[in-house]
Design a protein around this ligand. Structure first.
Ligand code: GLA
Length: 394
């Protein structure tokens, strides 16, 4: 991977080649992995993501004619054009809906959005559960915020990015990915309470703990705009209604184990609702436990928490898939301390907490396990170090 500075120079050069003028600046926003706290964000719960070194970059220059031009190195080579005035949900589709949604939401908020030329280039793999779409939107939103001098606080920008994805793109996602992209800091995980957006940086020095986070891309593409994510979200909201709470976050996490939880679940009329609820309640408890372990420097003890999170996604929330289950089981069988699927689910990436000496063996074993199955894509691997959140590069 190029350094951020080298990448910024390249993106700026490509902008000049495309549009025949210099950009006013280059911004970047990272993708993320989530350590723990899956499908808790739209239940007003807790999450613990980490920013990746992989980022989306955008070179930007304003125009004075109200027109927007957008190009992406990952697109089909076409420059998508529209006017600021014509932006409405559904008016721009495909990858360009992400930058268009970011401009749209600023206009919806009452900001004077000028015409603009944008060139995007992202190294966050698409469809791998690493928040490639949030990275694009956050890069464009931060660029506009700083270029137009809007002074919007980052947690608020994250909410705007979420609204763009919910209302413009049409994906009913929570606020974790956008907040991770905008608010994470280097060397730390971000503990976020998605109800009030309060947050704290939790130092995560894996190397000092003699550990590494291996990311396994199952190469099973996932999506959020589809029915499965929406269905689970609706189920959680129904359960909250039936239990008489505003959101499942309000179920006491002390009830996360044992009889109290069983008694609570018994009030729900369907097995599916009981399973969804059990996942969210126990997952919130796991985020709090993980945050306490990180704060105490007990990194190795994080492993079983991650693995329990995977079991809950597999057995209760039903969002794992054979490839992610195999990656988790194989990693554990080859000495990993813990492993779980990260992100929205149904594929994407698995994170593995392990010692550096075990990485080669675990990777080879997962490769072999995938190769033994018919029709499975070969997995891809990288190790993750907590990177900085979104920022201006030049
Ligand atoms: C996707 C969504 C997030 C969150 C996760 C699951 O990444 O964008 O808001 O719901 O799934 O934790």
């Amino acid at each position: 991977m190029n350094t951020p500075h080298e990448s910024a120079v390249l993106v700026a050069e490509e902008f000049v080649a495309l549009y025949g003028r210099e950009p006013e600046g280059v911004w970047q926003a990272p993708g993320r992995i989530n350590l723990i706290g899956e499908h808790t964000d739209y239940n007003d719960g807790f999450v613990l993501p980490v920013a990746l070194p992989h980022a989306a970059r955008v070179a930007v220059a304003r125009r004075d004619d109200g027109r927007v031009r957008v190009h992406s190195s990952q697109g089909d080579g076409v420059v998508v054009e529209f006017t600021v005035d014509s932006m409405a949900p559904g008016s721009v589709e495909g990858w360009a809906a992400y930058p268009a949604g970011a401009l749209w939401v600023l206009r919806e908020e009452g900001h004077a959005v000028p015409g603009i030329d944008l060139h995007l280039d992202s190294e966050v793999p698409f469809g791998a559960g690493l928040s490639s779409s949030a990275a694009l939107q956050c890069a464009v939103l931060l660029a506009c915020d700083e270029l137009l001098g809007l002074g919007i606080e980052r947690p608020r920008l994250a909410r705007l990015a979420q609204r763009a994805e919910n209302d413009y793109v049409g994906a009913p996602v929570g606020v974790m990915d956008q907040t991770a992209s905008l608010c994470c800091t280097e060397g730390a995980a971000l503990f976020l309470d998605t109800r009030d957006m309060s947050q704290r940086q939790v130092p995560l020095d894996l190397a000092a703990g003699g550990l590494v986070l291996l990311v396994v891309d199952t190469r099973v593409e996932h999506g959020h705009a589809d029915g499965a994510y929406r269905h689970r979200r609706a189920g959680c909201e129904r359960s909250a209604d039936l239990l008489g709470v505003k959101a499942l976050r309000d179920v006491d996490v002390e009830a996360a184990d044992g009889a109290a939880l069983d008694a609570l679940l018994a009030r729900l009329p369907e097995e599916e609702l009981r399973r969804l609820t059990r996942h969210v309640v126990t997952e919130n408890a796991r985020v709090l436990a993980a945050e306490r372990l990180l704060a105490a420097g007990e990194l190795r003890a994080l492993g079983p928490v991650l693995t329990a999170g995977h079991a809950s996604q597999r057995d209760d929330f039903a969002i794992s898939c054979p490839q992610s289950d195999t990656a988790v089981d194989t990693a554990l069988a080859h000495g990993a301390l813990g492993a779980r699927q990260t992100g929205g689910g149904f594929g994407g990436c698995v994170i593995v907490l392990t010692e550096p000496v075990r990485v080669a063996g675990i990777s080879a074993a997962i490769e072999a396990a995938y190769a033994a199955e018919d029709g499975w894509n070969a997995p891809a691997f990288f190790t993750a170090t907590p990177a900085p959140g979104a920022r201006r590069l030049g």
